[in-house]
Design a protein around this ligand. Structure first.
Ligand code: ADP
Length: 453
């Protein structure tokens, strides 16, 4: 309250000084009281004028915007200006803080993989995130304040919104034409609605695959089971000759073998899906893989095919190695060679080759002179239970899972499976492994760490 005292002092001073000056100026006059009074009035008037001037300056500052500093007067006006300025700055800071928080909040919503859209009580769009815009095909300049049902016309969505029962989300085909959307609505405030959108295309695809898979497995198991139970009934009820009995038993063992193969392939797939990627530091000698595959192939072919393995076991043994899981690699190779023999008629050729490319990649190639595969089937061959010729596959003991196992194995080793085939000419399946998983020579192996150059 210092300005209070100084103000009174200034007032008194102006009054006294004014009257003294008036007195002195009019002391020759018969009544010097009058000039003294005039002097005092002038003094007070000057003080009032100074006040008005300060007040006017403050008003001007407030009127013209408060971006510049407040007038730095002393006294009452100075304090008023200072306090107004402080209150304004405080409010500006708070508003700025609120703005920052709001923009952080919107940024967080934008970072979500799901879409968010806000609607008022009349279902007019107030705001939407860019993901929601993508899902519904909206544009901010065009679609804000529009009724949502004018823009999202999917019947499932419209009836969900109109029914007003938002306990469960609704699924429908993305209005953009691809994939599936799941949309959930939550009411808030005074009838406003929060719309949450999620792209569930992948989830739906996985779910369909899972359902198909279960249906396929059930079908594959039911068929041999039905055959087996028929044979069991025959054995139980019919008096069979020894020859007939042996034949029935052999057919039963064939069906059991089929189920065993199926269960074993299913287990292999489950293991491949459930276990971590094969290590990069476990080196499997290629020669050992080839020797294993060759012995299996020869016993499966029974001399009916011309088989060749390069490099051959008797030749200079390859020192190459692949980093990964021996069991998995063996399973992939065995499946390819097994297919080549099964789908190649007697007298045909099956060639298995290993080589390291100039880029350092490792390649296993299984080439046959079998019936070949029509181009339209090639992209689907690695799908589970996909068969070009179902009866041929089953007759030769196929499960329909071989190539999907091969694909899994090669992908887990960061490699690729290439398939080429020509009807009537034969097929060629190539497994390509990246340089990081390949040691080409004995030198590489000795170096220990470094892969093939
Ligand atoms: P399957 O157990 O039926 O052989 P795969 O997954 O191993 O199952 O192969 C899928 C399908 O691809 C086979 O049913 C067969 O029609 C075709 N196929 C695979 N390998 C060959 C090949 N070497 N020659 C011709 N067709 C083949």
């Amino acid at each position: 309250m210092k300005w209070n005292v100084s103000r009174v002092v200034a007032g008194v001073f102006a009054l006294v000084a004014g009257s003294a000056l008036g007195w002195m100026a009019g002391r020759q006059m018969p009544n010097p009281l009058l000039p003294a009074l005039i002097g005092a009035s002038v003094g007070v008037l000057l003080i009032a004028l100074a006040d008005t001037w300060h007040g006017y300056r403050l008003l001007e500052w407030l009127r013209l915007g408060t971006d510049s500093a407040a007038p730095s007067d002393t006294g009452m006006w100075g304090e008023i200006a200072h306090r107004v300025e402080r209150a304004l700055r405080l409010r500006e800071n708070q508003a700025e803080h609120e703005r920052e928080r709001l923009s952080e909040f919107f940024e967080a919503i934008e970072a979500s993989p799901n879409g968010v859209l806000l609607m008022d009580a009349n279902d007019q769009i107030d705001w939407f995130s860019s993901v929601a815009a993508d899902h519904f095909g909206l544009q901010p300049e065009r679609d804000l304040r529009q009724r949502i049902t004018n823009l999202v016309r999917s019947p499932a969505f419209v009836s969900y919104l109109q029914a007003g029962n938002f306990d469960m989300p609704v699924k429908f085909v993305n209005p953009q034409g691809q994939g599936m959307l799941s949309v959930m609505i939550r009411e808030y405030g005074d009838g406003q609605k929060l719309v949450l959108t999620q792209d569930i295309t992948e989830r739906e695809r996985a779910e369909t695959m899972r359902r198909d898979f279960v249906a396929n497995v059930s079908h594959e198991i039911r068929t041999p089971l039905t055959v087996l139970s028929g044979f069991i009934e025959t054995l139980a009820n019919l008096p069979l000759t020894e020859v007939e009995r042996k034949r029935v038993l052999s057919l039963m063992s064939q069906q059991t073998g089929r189920m065993q193969a199926l269960v074993s392939d299913l287990l292999t797939l489950a293991q491949l899906e459930g276990s971590p990627r094969p290590a990069l530091d476990r080196w499997v000698p290629v020669a050992r893989l080839l020797a294993h595959v060759e012995s299996d192939a020869r016993s499966l072919s029974h001399g009916r095919h011309h088989l060749s393995f390069t490099p051959a076991a008797g030749d200079v043994p390859t020192a190459a190695q692949i980093a990964g899981s021996e069991t998995e690699l063996l399973s992939a190779l065995a499946n390819l060679v097994n297919n080549a023999i099964r789908y190649t008629p007697e007298g045909g050729h099956v060639d298995v080759r290993w080589r390291v490319t100039p880029d350092g990649e490792g390649e296993f190639q299984v080439r046959d002179t079998g019936a070949g595969i029509e181009a339209e089937h090639l992209p689907r061959l690695t799908e589970r239970f996909y068969r070009v010729d179902g009866s041929r596959s089953r007759d030769t003991g196929g499960t329909g899972l071989g190539l999907s196992i091969v694909k899994h194995v090669v992908q887990r080793h960061a490699g690729e499976l290439h398939i080429e085939s020509q009807v009537g000419q034969g097929s060629c399946f190539t497994l390509v492994f990246p340089p990081a998983r390949v040691r080409a020579s004995i030198e590489d192996a000795r170096k220990g760490e470094s892969p093939a150059a």
